[in-house]
Design a protein around this ligand. Structure first.
Ligand code: AMP
Length: 403
C-alpha cells in the first residue's frame, strides 16, 4: 500500500443493493467527493446509470447484466472524465455490508475468510448480504490491487446490552440460531452522534444522545457516552419505526393469522412487510414529499399514515428519554429527518415538561450543515445533523489500511 497517514489518498465506496449500485469516489479526510453515481435496474433489459463528476451529470440507459458489468461501466465513465481508477492511487474500496452477525463488527480487510463468513451470515440478511458480496467480488475482479474493506451496518451496535439485544424467547433456540437484535444504519448513528458532539464542542464520551435516522428506512438509537444502549431495528431492518415501505413493530401473532386465516405464504408475507407496508401500505406513497402533498390536498389516508408515523416516533422518544434518564442531545438525520420540519416539530411537541423545546423559526431553516433547532432554554439540545454514510465508510476504510 502506497499511502500513509495524511496522504490525500482516495477511497471508492460501493453500496450494492439487489439490483442497484451506489458509488462514490472521495477523499476521506476532507470529505471532498470527486465523483458519485447510481446504477439502477441491474440485470433488467434496460439499466440506468447516472454519474456525476466535475459538475457534470451523465445519464445512460443500457443493459447491465450484473454488478460486475455495472462497476465496469462506472469505471469506463470515470475514465471518460479523465480518472482511471486503476491508476488513481485508491487506498481502499470501502463496501457497505449490511449484516455482520456476531462475528464481524469492526471494519474488516476483506479476504477469503471474510467472504466465507459473509456468505455464512447471509440467511440473517437474505435481501442484503448477497448483493453486498456481489459488489465485493466485482470490485476484486476489476481492481485486484486495491484492498477491500467491509464496513458493517450492524457494527456500531455490536455491544448493545443484552437487556436490549435479547428477544424474550426460548434462550437455547435464540443462542443456537443467533436470534437477537443487531440494529442497522450503524454508520449513520455513529457518524451523526460524533458529529453532533463535535459541532457542540462537547466530549462524545460525556453526553447522552438520541439519534433519529428518518429516511426511506428509519431507525432510532439511544447512545450513552458514545455507547449505543438501544436501537429500534432488530434482527432485521423490519422492526421499529414506521418507514417508507416497512411497517416496523407489529404483533407477531398477526403473521400467523395472515398465514393460517388469510392463506398467505411466507414469501407473500415477507413481501407485504418489506414492500407493501409503512407509508406505502397505508396511503399508497412512500415518499414523504408525496405524502405531505396528499395531506395538503385533504387525503384522509395520508393524514392517518402521518399520525401513525408520528405516534410511533413519539413512543420511541419516550422510551429512550426514560432509558437515558438525562438526554443532552437529540439529532434528526436522513431524508425525512433533515428536510421535514413538521415531523421534527410534531414528534417533539408538548415535551417542555421533559426539558425539550423546539424553536419554530430555527426549525424552519434549511441547510446542509448541522444546526440547532431547540430554544436556548431547552435542557436537551435538538439538532439537525446531515448524515453521510459514504464518508463514514471511507474514513473507516482508510483508517484500517493505513493502520
Ligand atoms: P433517505 O433514505 O435518507 O435517502 O431518505 C429518502 C426519503 O427522504 C424520501 O423517500 C423522502 O420521503 C424523504 N425526503 C427527501 N427530501 C424531502 C423533503 N424535502 N421533504 C420531506 N421529505 C423528504
Amino acid at each position: 500500500m502506497s499511502t500513509g497517514e495524511g496522504a490525500a489518498a482516495l477511497v471508492l465506496v460501493l453500496n450494492a443493493g439487489s439490483s442497484s449500485l451506489k458509488y462514490q469516489l472521495l477523499e476521506p479526510d476532507s470529505g471532498t467527493v470527486t465523483a458519485d453515481g447510481l446504477v439502477e435496474r441491474i440485470g433488467e433489459q434496460i439499466s440506468t446509470i447516472s454519474h456525476e463528476q466535475g459538475g457534470a451529470e451523465t445519464v445512460e440507459e443500457l443493459h447491465l447484466p450484473d454488478h460486475r458489468a455495472a462497476i465496469a461501466k462506472a469505471m469506463e465513465l470515470f475514465a471518460s472524465k479523465g480518472t482511471d481508477l486503476t491508476e488513481a492511487g485508491l487506498c481502499a474500496v470501502g463496501h457497505r455490508v449490511v449484516h455482520g452477525g456476531r462475528s464481524l463488527y469492526a471494519p474488516t480487510l476483506i479476504d477469503a475468510h471474510v467472504i466465507d463468513e459473509i456468505v455464512r451470515l447471509s440467511p440473517l440478511a437474505p435481501l442484503h448480504n448477497p448483493p453486498n458480496l456481489v459488489g465485493i467480488e466485482a470490485a476484486q475482479a476489476l481492481l485486484p490491487d486495491v484492498p477491500g474493506v467491509a464496513v458493517f451496518d450492524t457494527g456500531f451496535f455490536h455491544k448493545l446490552p443484552d437487556a436490549s439485544a435479547r428477544y424474550a424467547i426460548d434462550r437455547a433456540l435464540s443462542d443456537e440460531y443467533a436470534l437477537r437484535r443487531y440494529g442497522f444504519h450503524g454508520m449513520s448513528h455513529e457518524f451523526v452522534s460524533r458529529r453532533a458532539a463535535e459541532f457542540l464542542g462537547v466530549d462524545y464520551a460525556g453526553v447522552n444522545q438520541i439519534v433519529a435516522h428518518l429516511g426511506n428506512g428509519a431507525s432510532m438509537s439511544a447512545i450513552c457516552g458514545g455507547q449505543p444502549v438501544d436501537t429500534s431495528m432488530g434482527m432485521t431492518p423490519l422492526e421499529g419505526l414506521v418507514m417508507g415501505t416497512r411497517g416496523g413493530d407489529i404483533d407477531p401473532g398477526l403473521l400467523f393469522h395472515l398465514h393460517r386465516v388469510v392463506g398467505m405464504s411466507v414469501d407473500e408475507i415477507d413481501f407485504l412487510l418489506n414492500k407493501r407496508s409503512g407509508m406505502k401500505g397505508l396511503c399508497g406513497e412512500n415518499d414523504f414529499r408525496a405524502v405531505t402533498a396528499m395531506i395538503d390536498a385533504g387525503d384522509a389516508d395520508a393524514r392517518e399514515a402521518y399520525d401513525i408515523y408520528i405516534h410511533r416516533l413519539r413512543g420511541y422518544f419516550g422510551a429512550y428519554l426514560v432509558e437515558l434518564g438525562r438526554t443532552d442531545i437529540i439529532s434528526f438525520t436522513a431524508g425525512v429527518g433533515e428536510n421535514a420540519a413538521g415531523v421534527r416539530a410534531d414528534s417533539l411537541a408538548r415535551l417542555a415538561g421533559f426539558g425539550i423545546e423546539i424553536d419554530p423559526d430555527r426549525n424552519a431553516v434549511r441547510g446542509s450543515q448541522p444546526r440547532i433547532i431547540s430554544t436556548d432554554g431547552s435542557a436537551t439540545t435538538v439538532l439537525v445533523v446531515p448524515t453521510n454514510e459514504e464518508l463514514a465508510i471511507a474514513r473507516h476504510a482508510k483508517a484500517l489500511v493505513v493502520a
